[in-house]
Design a protein around this ligand. Structure first.
Ligand SMILES: CC(C)NC(=O)[C@H]1CCC[C@H]1Nc1nc(Nc2ccc(C(=O)N(C)C3CCN(C)CC3)cc2)ncc1C(F)(F)F
Length: 273
């Protein structure tokens, strides 16, 4: 078994790893392919510059991410294997996802969207991962294609817990990035709970099938309006079953959204995953 687990008080350091090619840029630093010298185990090494974390006032967020990702263990959640730091950087040793970023596959797919089987399979796997998070009192809050990775066996891994919190919660740090995934209760700055993730799952499934999120608009004010009005339109190409599932997730009153178990057992998911 991987020494990270076997021997909890082993002091890991950069010397334990042989660095490979750069996989890309994460939120706060570079991500490398790496190999653990003793076992040859291939991992992803996320490096975070301490200076940038302090400047960005995100130290607590990173420590919460480490805390959460070390304790969550699920086939569709990217496993944080161990971490260590030196004078300038924090290093996160994370599972390597062989096929990389799901959103790139979404963009490169014919028509810029997944077929029914992939959309149902990936929606099922994300629902399974999020259900596990909720059972561990964690809400993710940032489910979107950019936060999903694909393994070599074409399975999804939830890859980023930088925004996850213990529910219920009121968002403190301002969000950056897309507004497309925000549920009404967050747009209206209300206190919210785990059901924000149910909403995001509906937006995600829509984007898998259509290629863009349901409330996309030219400017953020317009997106806000479309979200709070639930201005949901389906192109002809979206199958009935999927429309049924998505319409039962993109519901204003959060406790009336389908449960994650109902998503995983939905007739369209079961028939197509
Ligand atoms: C969820 C989170 C928001 N996202 C991220 O963290 C991103 C930010 C940077 C990379 C990724 N982080 C990870 N990426 C992998 N695998 C991986 C990535 C990229 C490729 C790929 O397509 N190329 C190298 C291509 C190969 C072809 N050339 C042309 C372009 C790059 C192949 C495999 N495993 C674990 C991680 C993790 F998460 F543990 F760090």
């Amino acid at each position: 078994s991987h020494e990270c687990y076997g021997n909890p008080d082993y002091k890991w350091s950069l010397d334990d790893f042989e660095l490979g090619k750069r996989l890309g840029r994460g939120k706060f630093g570079r991500v490398y392919l790496a190999r653990e010298r003793k076992t040859g185990f291939i991992v992803a090494l996320k490096t975070l510059l301490k200076k940038e974390l302090v400047e960005g006032n995100v130290e607590r967020q990173i420590l919460r991410e480490i805390e959460i990702q070390t304790h969550l263990k699920h086939p569709n959640i990217l496993q944080l294997l161990c971490w260590f730091h030196d004078s300038h950087r924090i290093y996160l040793v994370v599972e390597f996802a062989g096929k990389g970023e799901l959103y790139k596959y979404l963009k490169e797919s014919p028509g810029g969207h997944f077929n029914e089987h992939l959309a149902a399979k990936y929606t099922y796997q994300v629902a399974d991962a999020v259900n596990y998070c909720h059972q561990n009192q964690v809400i993710h809050r940032d489910i979107k294609p950019e936060n999903l990775l694909l393994t070599i066996t074409d399975d999804v891994k939830l890859g980023d817990f930088g925004w996850s919190v213990h529910s219920p919660s009121l968002r403190r740090n301002t969000m950056c990035g897309t507004l497309d995934y925000l549920p009404p209760e967050m747009v209206e700055h209300k206190v919210y709970g785990k059901f924000v993730d149910h909403w995001c799952l509906g937006v995600l499934c829509y984007e898998f099938l259509v290629g863009n999120p349901p409330f996309e608009a030219a400017c953020s004010e317009e997106t806000y309006k479309r979200i709070t009005k639930i201005d949901l339109k389906f192109p002809e190409s979206v199958p009935e079953g999927a429309q049924d599932l998505i319409s039962k997730l993109l519901v204003r009153s959060s406790h009336n959204r389908l449960t994650l178990a109902q998503v995983m057992n939905h007739f369209w998911i079961v028939a197509n995953k």
